[in-house]
Design a protein around this ligand. Structure first.
Ligand code: SF4
Ligand code: SF4
Length: 85
């Protein structure tokens, strides 16, 4: 799990469910998400996220979730990548 904190926002990517289709990257209007080597989704620019949740709504695998107001992350934006075997 990787965490990037900057404000009151959490982006969670479940790598077990993600099929690396790139739909979330294409629909993100703020270029927050990028696709790295082997198709892995990276949160490259979380500061620009406007919490539109298009990535979450368009993901066919429900592999990405955007939440706000997590008390544990109240002082920072957070990117969490879940790895499940
Ligand atoms: S839309 Fe969902 S399944 Fe497709 S790359 Fe993004 S997180 Fe992975
Ligand atoms: S919530 Fe919107 S701006 Fe933020 S990563 Fe998802 S698509 Fe991009």
């Amino acid at each position: 799990m990787r965490n990037i904190r900057n404000n009151d926002l959490v982006i969670t990517i479940n790598e077990k469910w993600c099929k690396s289709c790139g739909i979330c990257v294409e629909f993100c209007p703020r270029t927050v998400l990028t696709q790295g080597t082997l198709g892995r989704i990276e949160v490259a620019n979380i500061e620009s996220c406007n919490v539109c949740r298009l990535c979450e709504l368009r993901c066919p695998e429900m592999a990405i979730i955007v939440t706000e107001g997590d008390s544990q992350n109240a002082k920072g934006k957070s990117c969490k990548v879940m790895k499940q075997s």
